[in-house]
Design a protein around this ligand. Structure first.
Ligand SMILES: [Zn+2]
Length: 349
């Protein structure tokens, strides 16, 4: 927190509520012109006006005194923007939610010593001759993952020192996002509305970006997919199981590998265990059965635990109360539970 009013936080607060400047004007009684100039940093806000904004937006006044700037999605969204299916309003809410969590974590890191080191390698894809698969194996080796499926991807990322947030993105078009801010651990955001099998693949895809990509390229999406496939389904360990795969076999393998039937069928094709023609017919069959939208046999969910533990420490100590936590997070006490890393998670007693 600082003593200086941060005009970028007005836009952040407003967009987190999904409001336009006009809506904020109506709710706060301030003119739209004033709000526009305030957000642009051309106007200062008096104490009364700050109180009016805070009241309308449902944040404590301290929200507007947070340090930092309001940042966009970065590399994660290059691909999604191209699809441009999601409403801009929903994207803005998601963008704001991501920023709010990142600033909260930053302050948490300043006040408690939780993440002293991490085991996130950074590997230049050119130095590996574009061998994405060998990078995926190196990360598995680095993290000492046992042979076979990754039983709990969120836990593996947390053990390596990454932070995973799982919350409702307000849209079904985006499964996961990631970023590696300067001086912080890598951050992963997972849509709680995505089916777990697909969410795991998307999370592994984001892991690929974090490890391999530092600038955007035309090939980055395909590379991140290849990384995810090899990370979750290592060729050497899965290949023989994918021989002449059909729908039944895919359904059987799904709970073991904890990936979608669709991902298994793609993998079988890429590893040459079915012909392109067989792949096409299986893919059509998935569509006819409605499995491309919703697959049967959902796998059990994975929950982030790391920051929930931090929350529970705060909740159970007399020295640092729940209301102190809300103050640190610059949100009201009633809204604090929303900012647990997994808001669908159980309250740890
Ligand atoms: Zn991507």
């Amino acid at each position: 927190m600082s003593d200086t009013f941060n005009h970028e936080m007005v836009q952040l607060a407003r967009e987190s509520r999904g409001w336009t400047q006009t809506q904020l004007s109506k709710q706060s009684g301030l003119t739209q012109g004033f709000i526009s100039r305030l957000e642009a940093g051309e106007k200062d806000a008096s104490e009364e006006k700050i109180a009016a904004l805070a009241g309308a937006l449902g944040y404590p006044e301290s929200f507007f005194f947070q340090r930092g700037s309001y940042e966009g999605f970065g590399l994660s969204m290059v691909f999604y923007r191209k699809r441009a299916k999601t409403k801009v309003k929903n994207l803005k809410v998601l963008q704001a939610e991501k920023n709010i969590r990142k600033m909260q974590l930053q302050r948490l890191l300043d006040s408690v010593d939780v993440f002293t080191n991490h085991r996130f390698p950074s590997m230049d894809i050119d130095e590996h001759d574009g061998a994405v698969e060998s990078i995926a194996s190196l990360v598995r080796a680095n993290w000492q993952l046992p042979l076979g499926p990754v039983n709990n991807l969120i836990q593996s990322i947390e053990r390596a020192g990454g932070v995973v947030y799982r919350f409702d993105f307000g849209t079904k078009d985006i499964d996961a996002l990631s970023e590696w801010p300067e001086g912080m651990p890598p951050l992963f955001y997972l849509n709680s509305k995505a089916p777990m099998d697909r969410a795991r693949f998307s999370l592994a895809h984001e892991l690929g970006h974090i490890v391999m990509h530092h600038t955007a390229s035309d090939t980055m999406e395909r590379e991140a997919d290849r990384f995810a496939a090899e990370f979750l389904m290592p060729a050497k360990q899965i290949k023989s199981q994918l021989e002449s795969i059909d729908i039944k076999k895919a359904a059987r393998l799904k709970p073991y590998w904890r990936v979608s039937m669709q991902a298994l069928i793609y993998r079988a094709r890429d590893l040459g265990q079915i012909t392109p023609t067989q792949f096409t017919s299986l893919y059509k069959r998935l569509g006819h059965l409605g499995y491309r939208k919703t697959e049967p046999n959902p796998i059990s969910p994975e929950h982030p635990k790391l920051l929930n533990k931090v929350f529970s420490v705060f909740e159970n100590t007399n020295e640092f109360s729940y209301s102190d936590m809300a103050k640190l997070f610059c949100v009201t006490e009633s809204e604090l539970p929303r900012y647990r890393p997994d808001r669908g998670g159980l309250r740890i007693a």
